[in-house]
Design a binder for this molecule. Structure first.
Ligand SMILES: [Fe+2]
Length: 412
């Protein structure tokens, strides 16, 4: 055996990879913009959770980012034209651009709110009784809601039957992210008395120098939120301050103070993924519920692993739109399955990139993957009922279900 060239030796590589020799190091190792945000805004520092006994005491850390109030009561913000609940698409656009969030008024009707609230509270209780409640420092989260009620399936689609304002929200999300966006997760976030606030953060990766958001989070309170019930903490306009600092390679200076979001149940609050925000403190005995429904560019990894986690019953009845939103439509560059999806554009109901048949075959225990083949392979190996044959056969027939076994001919 010939010796391996020395240039491939890990020690040799390390010797020739000093910090000043590496490419793109300043960008890939940068802690900005949060490093300068924290350095120049010490009140934003998150105190570690072992001090939980101190949360909820207003006098604990005066000036702390979470010790705040709603915009209209805040001395810094009360005379500023912050976003108000609206159904005026032009106003909503202006708010989202300028402040990094906008409030779509009455996006859920009273009946739709009641449906969602009932299901969330029932599920939360069920998960507690089952001993699998997912506790958070703020209270309890219900993850992967899509498996836990028909209303959530429809909610991810922003279907008017569960969110009457869905079409308006979708238009704004499409303008923010461009066509083809998908959903990252749907979580019900429940804040309870005694819970701690969340550190202020950006949902979208910090160091991205983007002129428009890569992610958008649609926050839907289904209980009223304000300064007492744990309204989301946010710094209006921080999305542009932080992204401009990154673009110009400069530190972030002094930021304006955080406020609590105030919104009635049923408002859909669209937030830019670059906005600094975090969960507020619930000072009441009533659970505070906000649905967190993030949207993103289709090429980013999603928060929820829908490929594995969605129940087969849900997949079988899912609309083409819901499947697309969960990432079940491949594009050439994303999520191709054994090569199926090359050439696809990631459109709703596009057979050339449809993936759900693979998952359902796996669920039935019938997913036959293509493994090692060669000129020595037997006829039986070459004629195996590869799932890929069925899926590609279906796609070639324009999406009509292929008879079992189509294309099972060997290729010899
Ligand atoms: Fe967040």
């Amino acid at each position: 055996m010939s010796p391996t060239p020395v240039e491939f030796d890990p020690d040799f590589i390390a010797e020739h990879s000093a910090s000043d020799q590496q490419i793109y190091l300043a960008e890939t190792k940068s802690k900005e913009p949060m490093a300068s945000v924290l350095a120049n805004n010490p009140e934003i520092y998150f105190v570690p959770p072992q001090r939980k006994s101190d949360w909820g005491k207003w006098e604990f850390k005066p000036g702390a980012y979470y010790d705040t109030t709603i915009g209209s009561k805040h001395s810094h913000w009360r005379d500023v034209d912050l976003p108000q609940p609206s159904r005026d698409i032009h106003q909503l656009r202006r708010d989202l651009l300028r402040w990094g969030y906008c409030k779509v008024a009455d996006a859920l009707s009273a009946e739709q709110i009641a449906t969602m609230r009932e299901r969330v509270l029932q599920q939360a209780e069920g998960e507690r009784l089952a001993g699998i409640a997912q506790r958070t420092p703020s209270g309890q989260n219900i993850n992967c809601c899509v498996n836990k009620g028909r209303c959530f399936e429809l909610f991810i689609e922003q279907h008017p039957s569960i969110a009457q304002g869905g079409p308006l929200v979708e238009q704004l999300v499409t303008e923010a992210l461009g066509p083809g966006w998908i959903c990252t997760s749907l979580i019900a976030a429940i804040s309870l008395r005694g819970g701690v606030p969340q550190a202020l953060h950006q949902d979208q990766s910090n160091a991205l120098d983007s002129r428009s958001p890569m992610t958008v989070n649609v926050l839907t309170p289904i209980t009223d939120v304000d300064e007492t019930t744990g309204g989301t903490l946010l710094i209006p306009g921080s999305h542009t301050v932080l992204s401009e600092a990154v673009r110009e390679g400069k530190p972030v200076g002094k930021l304006p103070p955080a406020i609590n979001l105030d919104a009635k149940a049923g408002t859909m609050v669209i937030t830019d993924g670059r906005l600094l925000h975090g969960t507020g403190i619930n000072h009441t005995d009533q659970p505070r519920i906000v649905m967190l429904n993030g949207m993103q560019k289709s090429w980013m990894r999603q928060q929820e692993n829908w490929m594995l986690s969605v129940r087969s019953e849900v997949l079988e009845r899912a609309s083409a739109k819901l499947l697309h939103r969960m990432g079940y439509q491949a594009t050439t560059g994303t999520q191709t399955n054994e090569g199926h999806g090359f050439g696809a554009q990631g459109l709703v109901d596009e057979v050339a990139g449809a993936l759900v048949a693979f998952r359902l075959a796996a669920d039935r225990g019938e997913y036959e993957r293509v493994g090692e083949l060669s000129s020595e392979s037997s006829d039986q190996e070459l004629n195996a009922a590869f799932t890929l044959r069925d899926v590609v056969g279906t796609a070639r027939q324009g999406g009509v279900s292929a008879p079992v076994g189509i294309g099972n001919k060997g290729i010899r």
